[in-house]
Design a protein around this ligand. Structure first.
Ligand code: PRP
Length: 313
């Protein structure tokens, strides 16, 4: 834990860390150091579980098939002074065909967002030694493979990348942080690629500044209703009427459909040309690499190596 720079924010977390450290020491003593993969995203409901929580995965099923942990607190609630540990197996997920892991190297599938961002991402893979020359051929093919490296790239619509990764059709993908925040998909966000930088902002005419101060009900137009809702309800504690739009959001305040908008600002020129400005900044955004939750467990070493090389490109 020291090695990964983790720290506890409260005593309960400190206890969990201590317990985890003990488990790790035992595993290291038994020669399993290479098999330890501390995944903080797997923290289950800690009001229910205490100490250890775990998940189980099998090849070919894109989500966990088993989940459990230690739940002494539950025993406490039913007045039983006893420790308890258990897990549930999701039989419905196991009913789907389970892929066999053969001894050959499995293919890592990478979903690239079609367009300029995707081309930049591919160039990054290439620079890190994960090339696939056939991808540069000019045709309408969508899928390209480098058998030797065990890598397959495919072009998908940018807004579909995260669903391919969540469902396990792709092991790895690249999406904007805006999509991740809006969709809340069950994927691991593993790397900030540092490009496609922009900001999620509340924008509107200068006169709308006052409306944001008084916590009165305002109308907010956005392509990102979840982000807008989360910001106004949970950060600003302001009641809002959210109007979902699919594009040209800047029009909202101009034609009085809304008071303000929540949208991406990159250069700021769309705002300027429409007489609007940034009123509040919600968060910075950039392109992120995401990994399927099961792939991260099953192909840990290869995926870690890939991340490491991409970081060092
Ligand atoms: C995005 C965003 C803004 C604009 C910001 O729109 O929704 O409108 O880019 O960029 P800027 O600050 O550099 O002007 P997009 O181009 O995706 O089109 P859309 O409005 O139709 O969604």
């Amino acid at each position: 834990l020291k090695k990964i720079g983790a720290f506890a924010v409260n005593s309960e977390m400190q206890n969990a860390f201590n317990e985890l450290s003990k488990v790790c020491e035992k595993l290291i003593d038994a020669g399993y150091e290479k098999n330890i993969n501390i995944d903080c995203s797997l923290v289950n409901d800690m009001n229910y579980y205490n100490g250890i929580a775990f998940k189980g995965f099998v090849h070919g099923v894109p989500a966990s098939v088993l989940s459990g942990g230690r739940y002494d607190k539950l025993m406490d609630r039913v007045n039983k002074k006893a420790g308890a540990i258990g897990f549930a197996v999701y039989l419905d997920t196991l009913e789907r065909p389970v892929g066999e892991k053969n001894s050959e190297k499995t293919i890592i599938n990478v979903a690239l967002p079609k367009g300029r961002l995707g081309e930049k991402v591919y160039a990054m893979f290439e620079a890190a030694g994960f090339e696939c020359p056939s991808i540069k051929e000019t045709n309408r093919k969508l899928i390209f493979e480098n058998e030797e490296l065990g890598l397959r790239f495919f072009w998908v619509k940018p807004s579909d990348v995260s669903i391919y990764v969540e469902r396990g059709a792709a092991d790895i993908g690249v999406v904007g942080k805006d999509t991740l925040l809006e969709e809340g998909r069950r994927v691991h966000e593993v790397l900030d690629l540092g490009f496609g930088k922009c900001r999620m902002c509340v924008c509107g005419p200068a006169s709308a500044k006052e409306l944001l101060k008084h916590h009165e009900m305002i109308r907010v137009a956005s392509k990102y209703p979840s982000i807008a809702k989360d910001y106004f309800y949970n950060v600003k504690h302001q009641t809002v009427d959210i109007i979902k739009l699919n594009g040209s959001v800047e029009l909202g305040p101009i034609v009085k459909l809304s008071d303000v908008i929540v949208d991406i600002v990159e250069t700021g020129s769309t705002l300027r040309e429409n007489g609007l400005e940034v009123l509040e900044e919600i968060c910075p955004l950039s392109a992120r690499m995401i990994v399927n939750q099961v792939s991260m467990q099953m192909e840990t070493e290869r995926i870690r190596e890939l991340i490491h090389k991409l970081k060092g490109r």
